[in-house]
Design a protein around this ligand. Structure first.
Ligand code: N01
Length: 508
């Protein structure tokens, strides 16, 4: 279906209805939705050599999902096997490859195509996308499904380049390196480090784990379902019933944790009690006890991390790092700890949405300038000044309390509505209106002010200026409810302005 004139790198090689950027959960889900709605004139650009997003990029030992399989999947495509309660990295990757294949997305994929610029052409009302290999793609609609956790963050610790051993980020795991019997340093104690630590500690001679801030942790049930549950899952309708129950459970139990005040106290009490049970050494326990409210950073769900901290070959280091030297890491107390392998479990540049792509909207405005003080998008999916462009998993649409594939499906359904409306209009581009955006932002600011994230605790949820730009401050059901209106109520038609911006105060 895709035609291309190879070699003519400065020419338009594709001219389509829709260009999707990114082939993770968001891009694949969008592709399936387009096909099912009868749109076949689209491409999915992917910087990697296959689909999968973060589940292609993160292959560190122990890489797993701490969200149950029945939630961490598309509503229309359950995992084939009902054995596992939680999917591992390879299983999720296979699942995404399988969905792309089964739903006929393969011919639409353009792999190894990293987007560099995206420009709205005012005169044509269309988007022009350029990839790193020089290809130019034009499309009526651009949908950016880049995800939030795909650009590794490596802190600029003094001496970083002096390290003589092997150093890499968890999302760039070097599988040629054998950690058996060697000294390993792991910097960071978030979810990636917690999953990695038990695996690496089981083979390394010694692991020094450098913690700057402890994370709250809740236990995770065993990965495999028991025989009875497996049997129950075979009953027709059981999958959907269990999925619904998990959704409701997450909304009822996890979502209240994000709010300041009493609603998080039961979870915090439970986490403390669990910590007390699993870490016998009072000094170690004190060192890993957070001093901020639970939920301030994403909670780790894991049952193997605490016991691993007590292993004979694991040392938790809480003295701040002073510098990295050729053969190890030095802390401010003057201690030098050897390392042959240095793992940065230091997270992602999550607040820098759309970077490093240069995105120009209406009248040549630059997205990164518009977002100088922090990214903002209507329901995480549309930005004023950028007509016919949509985001999946854009600002403030990550849920720390439920299923992110589900959040993306809600956005996808809404984007599809926008596409249909755009077609009905027969010409003008559609863009979120200023009133709807202002009302939404007002609502969002008020909602975030009531969350634990609004406090001083540092996390990837925030822009460097402290503004909370990543998480959604409600339940997944709230998100669905707020998207349950026709786009005409929030969007406006650019050019002919046939649909004036409504007073959208009633929406939020
Ligand atoms: O990254 P993080 P992650 N010196 O940002 C530390 C998802 N995920 O890759 O807290 C010393 O959470 C930093 O310290 P501090 C999930 O959403 C999902 O672990 O900033 N330390 C922190 O401890 C998760 O939230 C699954 O003080 C430094 C760590 O590095 C997200 O990915 C599995 C430092 C970074 O933690 C990111 O998790 C895994 C410095 N200069 C991940 N700079 C699932 O199972 C940073 N740190 C679905």
């Amino acid at each position: 279906m895709l035609t291309e004139q190879r070699g003519l790198v400065t020419e338009v090689v594709l001219d389509l209805k829709v260009a999707i950027v990114g082939a993770g959960f968001g891009g694949i889900g969008m592709g399936v939705a387009l096909k099912q709605a009868g749109y076949h004139d689209f491409v999915i650009l992917e910087k990697g050599d296959r689909v999968g997003g973060v589940w292609r990029e993160n292959t560190y030992p122990g890489c797993d999902c701490d969200v149950p399989s029945h939630l961490y999947s598309f509503s229309f495509a359950p995992y084939r096997s009902a054995r596992q309660r939680y999917p591992g990295q390879e299983r999720i990757l296979d699942y995404l490859i399988g969905v792309a294949d089964e739903y006929g997305l393969t011919p639409h994929l353009r792999l190894n195509s990293a987007l560099t610029t995206a420009t709205y052409l005012d005169d044509l009302g269309r988007w022009e996308l350029t990839t790193a290999d020089g290809a130019i793609i034009r499309a009526d609609i651009a949908i950016f499904a880049l995800g939030q956790l795909h650009r590794p963050y490596i802190p600029d610790i003094p001496g970083r380049n002096d390290f003589a051993g092997t150093a890499f980020h968890t999302a760039r795991w070097d599988h040629h390196v054998d950690a058996r019997g060697r000294e390993v340093a792991v910097i960071g104690t978030g979810s990636s480090a917690a999953q990695l630590l038990p695996k690496i500690a089981s083979i390394a001679r010694r692991v020094h784990l450098y913690q700057r801030t402890p994370h709250w942790l809740l236990p995770k049930p065993s990965r495999e379902f028991g025989p009875l549950s497996r049997l129950a899952m075979q009953v027709p309708g059981a999958h959907q019933a269990y999925r619904t129950a998990l959704h409701r459970g997450a909304d009822a139990v996890l979502a209240p944790i994000m709010h300041r005040g009493w609603s998080a106290l039961p979870a915090q009490w439970f986490a403390r009690a669990y910590l007390h049970r699993r870490v016998a050494d009072p000094r170690l326990r004190a060192a890993v006890t957070p001093d901020y409210p639970i939920g301030g950073k994403r909670i780790i769900f894991d049952s193997t991390y605490y016991p691993t901290l007590a292993r004979h070959n694991v040392r938790l280091v809480t003295d701040p790092i002073q510098r990295i030297v050729a053969d190890g890491v030095e802390t401010v107390d003057g201690a030098h700890r050897p390392a042959a392998i240095l793992v940065y479990a230091t997270g992602f540049r999550a607040a820098e949405f759309m970077a490093p792509i240069t995105v120009r909207g209406r009248d040549g405005r630059l997205l990164h300038e518009q977002w100088r003080d922090g990214a903002e998008a209507f329901m995480g999916l549309a930005v004023p000044g950028f007509p016919n462009a949509f985001l999946i998993a854009g600002p403030n649409s990550f849920t720390p309390a439920g299923s992110n594939p589900t959040m993306k499906e809600y956005q996808i359904d809404y984007i599809l509505e926008c596409l249909r409306w755009h077609e009905q209009l027969g010409g003008p581009a559609v863009e979120v209106g200023p009133v709807a955006m202002a009302n939404y932002q007002r609502w969002l600011r008020r909602a975030i002010a009531k969350t634990v994230w609004s406090g001083p605790v540092h996390s990837w949820y925030k822009h460097v200026n402290g503004r909370v730009v990543n998480p959604w401050p409600g339940t997944t059901r709230d998100f669905a409810r707020m998207l349950a209106h026709h786009p005409v109520e929030a969007f406006t038609a650019v050019a002919r302005d046939r649909n004036p911006v409504p007073e959208a105060a009633s929406l939020f």
